[in-house]
Design a protein around this ligand. Structure first.
Ligand code: AP5
Length: 217
């Protein structure tokens, strides 16, 4: 099972990819998490990525492509993967298709989670995440049991630096310009499935599972 999760920042790609990964038994590959971890470690990749993350812009295609290609060849990806946050530009999508073709691999579906902008701003301002185990919460729709503390590992929750209203609106502009064209690209290729993301978590989760298993088109 090889899936791509497509959708604007805050659509729920990470949250839903996590559920699907557990259910389908294939790893979730989040390029955003990979870059944030690299920034935390402070090496060469982290320093390069930080310039872009801090401005709400995209990391250059070549950097992203190398990382994804390497990650998708790791042993835990032998039965597939769920890509969360990649591809994000037409050159990334085209290069990834070529990479798959060279290896006789097929992308099963690209699932777009559709959510209106104002709901996205509301969700992201209220998002908190665990810096240690990466569990994601929302102060309104999915709060932790104890305020500010991760239910899973007990670490203190943090707010992402790019989750300010100004940065969220910048990321939405970048999404419209760079990533929205992928919807048409994958529609033409017959891979696109759309799930309405402006619904309770559980409803989106059930619909996504059905779509990924081909039960809903
Ligand atoms: P990345 O981490 O991928 O950020 P993003 O695309 O902006 O997506 P988010 O992680 O913000 O949102 P999400 O859709 O995963 O939502 P979530 O599930 O958390 O990328 C960060 C940066 O890295 C980029 O800006 C760029 O610089 C760089 N980068 C990454 N990939 C790149 C690439 N391919 N090319 C170039 N650069 C790249 O949910 C959001 C909130 O809503 C949570 O609080 C959640 O609990 C809540 N929520 C989820 N679903 C629901 C629901 N149904 N109802 C109510 N609340 C909900």
């Amino acid at each position: 099972m090889r899936l791509v999760m497509l959708g604007p920042p805050g659509a729920g790609k990470g949250t839903q990819a996590g559920f699907l990964s557990e259910r389908l038994g294939v790893p979730q590959i989040s390029t955003g998490d990979i870059f944030r971890e690299a920034v935390r470690q402070g090496g060469e990749l982290g320093m390069k990525a930080r310039e872009y993350l801090d401005r709400g812009e995209l990391v250059p295609d070549q950097v992203v492509l190398e990382i994804v290609a390497r990650r998708c060849l790791e042993p835990d990806c032998s039965q597939g993967f769920i890509l969360d946050g990649f591809p994000r530009t037409l050159p990334q999508a085209e290069a990834f298709d070529a990479w798959l073709e060279e290896r006789n691999l097929i992308l099963d579906s690209v699932i777009e989670i559709d959510v209106p902008d104002e709901e996205i701003v509301r969700r992201l301002i209220n998002r908190r995440s665990c810096p240690k185990c990466c569990t994601v919460y929302n102060l309104i729709s999915n709060p932790p049991m104890k305020s500010g503390v991760c239910d899973v590992c007990g670490s203190n929750l943090v707010q992402r630096d790019d989750d300010t209203e100004r940065m969220i609106r910048q990321r939405l502009r970048v999404y419209q310009k760079e990533t929205q064209p992928l919807v048409e690209y994958y529609r033409k290729g017959g891979k696109l499935r759309v799930v309405q993301g402006n619904a309770p978590l559980q409803v989106v989760k059930e619909n996504l599972l059905k779509v990924s298993l081909g039960e809903l088109v």
